[in-house]
Design a binder for this molecule. Structure first.
Ligand code: ADP
Ligand code: MG
Length: 569
């Protein structure tokens, strides 16, 4: 080994390693899933790069993962003939964590093992999970297209550092050897590994092969000859791209494992939808809703989008063009028969096919959510608690689906006297008073502030339900959502509040009388406030508070002004 250098792991890697080893002990076998998943990704990348440069195959186009065991030595070796890595790749990929949301992740760790292991799961453990079962890992790799002397060897005991050196490696790809810890030797077992593969990696589209030892010729009980068999690499997974298979033949477990592969998430998805579309446009989509929001959901640089395949060839990760921003939490893949194989992000940007795929995928997700809301309200509530505030961006972004999105929204309301956002607009409408034709709401800085808004007084008195909106995004949402199911949405903090038919004759008269009595007060207030206000008016909205500030019908609400101020405008 030449040019051997020792490098320290990035601090975060050290921390992650430590955490993983100490908190994932009940789920050790996932290391194999992670390594096989990486091998499959490497095969995808090679195929993609070979579209432009066929010579990368180096006359070996039979992409696969090979898994072998040396029981005596206590080692497992996973090798692939995928894209491989250069020395720089190795140092970057196997020494640092480049994921977005890393800082967020580390700041959320609590020291509580159960909680932290769940967090690690969400974050994704990847390559480093090898150290859960191994106290030494050796990676030997050579990038496709490089010569045999460009091989690299990476060795680490998972403590604080690793070494890299140059080696000769004739075969393209990556070979990872795990030296199992003394108490993890049980993994050096053929049968055990087969069962882990079938549990976690059946859906991987390239074959995972294991060496089947040769059987020697033997003699039966009556002295007859039983022929021997040569050893061979035997495929132990289904090795068919999961999304190309028939829905009815795919189990929930397979869908769940496939989710983990495409999303790099470790938890189970909340829901999924698998659809084949044939006809004018042809594509397959497999879309998942995660069960937990990622750490960086609100980070502008968050990577999101679908894995894009064209005619079953992997093209790119994180293709953002197929999902609107308000559905950025959706994971999964799209396999198009219509896009060209040499499609680039630039071509996708401005493309009719992209448009129709995006429309189709958006429809699928909204449909999946509608069904969940209808058939499993409890589950939908979990979804809403995680992703509701993202969905609220929908009406502003997606005009065509406004009504559908509005149907999916959930709010707190005066009906339940709880901050839980679980009232749909349809629920609200079903409880409307006779003669009520509007959906009333109030926005404020928080649920508490909304709940205590003086604007609510008259509604309480009359027993009219009001939606209580205390999230930052609500004001923005309500700017774009003015109607649902033919009913106008009305802020109770705006302009002249006309309760219309909800007002009875008697109180109308009483109001007029009262109004005459305070005319003088209004004049004095107007003079005192001068041009700080547009007008001072008499109101019947209040029952306990003496006065309230309201926004002009055409102007911004006070809440919107605060938002603008906060945004520095
Ligand atoms: P992730 O798969 O989520 O990117 P991992 O920790 O599993 O994270 O892997 C880190 C990176 O190391 C990968 O993104 C890839 O670039 C590289 N890598 C890991 N395994 C292989 C492999 N078998 N072949 C080529 N590159 C690999
Ligand atoms: Mg990985």
């Amino acid at each position: 080994v030449a040019h051997q250098e020792t490098h320290g792991f990035q601090t975060e890697v050290k921390q992650l390693l430590h955490l993983m080893i100490h908190s994932l002990y009940s789920n050790k076998e996932i290391f194999l899933r992670e390594l096989v998943s990486n091998a499959a990704d490497a095969a995808d990348k090679l195929r993609f790069n070979a579209l432009e440069n066929d010579s990368l195959y180096e006359n070996d186009g039979d992409l696969c993962v090979k898994l072998s065991v040396d029981k005596e030595a206590g080692t497992i070796t996973i090798s692939d003939n995928g894209i491989g890595m250069t020395r720089d790749d190795v140092i970057a990929n196997l020494g640092t964590i480049a994921k977005s949301g890393t800082a967020d992740f580390f700041s959320k760790l609590s020291g509580d093992k159960a909680k932290d292991s769940q967090l690690i799961g969400q974050f994704g453990v990847g390559f480093y999970s090898a150290f859960i079962v191994a106290d030494k890992v050796v990676v030997r790799t050579r990038a496709a297209g490089e010569s045999a002397d460009q091989g690299v060897e990476w060795i680490s005991e998972g403590e604080g550092e690793f070494t890299v050196g140059d080696i000769e490696k004739a075969d393209r790809g990556t070979e990872i050897t795990l030296y199992l810890r003394d108490d993890e030797k049980e993994f050096a077992d053929d049968w055990r590994l087969r069962s882990i593969i079938s549990k976690y990696s059946d859906h991987i589209s390239i074959p995972v092969r294991m060496w089947k030892a040769p059987v020697e010729e033997s003699e039966g009980p009556d002295g007859e000859k039983i022929p021997g068999q040569p050893g061979e690499w035997e495929t132990v997974n289904k090795a068919t791209a999961l999304w190309t298979r028939d829905k009815s033949e795919i189990s929930d477990e397979e869908y769940i494992e496939f989710y983990r592969h495409v999303s790099h998430d470790f938890a189970e998805p909340m829901s999924w939808a698998h659809n084949k579309v044939e006809g004018k446009t042809e594509y397959t989509s497999l879309l998942y809703i995660p069960s937990k929001a990622p750490f960086d959901l609100w980070n502008r640089d968050q990577t999101h989008g679908l894995k894009l395949y064209v005619q079953r060839v992997f093209i790119m990760d994180d293709a953002e063009q197929f999902m609107p921003t308000y559905l950025r939490f959706v994971k999964g893949l799209l396999d198009s028969n219509d896009l060209p194989l040499n499609v680039s992000r630039e071509i996708l940007q401005d493309n009719k096919i992209t448009q129709s795929l995006r429309t189709g995928c958006t429809k699928r997700v909204l449909q999946m959510l509608e069904r969940m809301a209808k058939n499993d309200a409890e589950k939908y509530q979990l979804f809403w608690n995680e992703f509701g505030n993202v969905l609220k961006e929908g009406p502003a972004e997606d005009f065509a689906n406004k009504e559908k999105i509005a149907g999916l929204l959930r709010f707190a309301s005066t009906h339940a006297d709880s901050s839980d956002q679980n009232v749909s607009l349809a629920d609200y409408i079903s409880r409307m008073k006779e003669g009520q034709d509007k959906i009333y709401y109030v926005t404020a800085d928080s649920y508490q502030a909304a709940k205590n808004s003086p604007h609510l007084e008259i509604f309480k008195k009359k027993g009219i339900e009001v939606l209580l909106m205390g999230e930052r995004i609500d004001e923005w949402l309500m700017q774009h959502l003015t109607e649902f199911d033919g009913k106008q949405l009305q802020s109770i903090a705006r302009g002249n509040l006309d309760l219309g038919d909800l007002e009875d004759e008697e109180s109308k008269k009483a109001h007029e009388e009262a109004e005459k009595q305070v005319e003088g007060v209004l004049e004095r207030a107007k003079t005192a406030l001068g041009d700080k206000v547009i007008d001072v008016k008499f109101t019947h909205r209040l029952t306990d508070s003496p006065a309230v500030i309201v926004a002009d019908d055409n102007g911004m609400t006070t809440q919107m002004m605060k938002l603008m101020e906060a945004a520095g405008q």
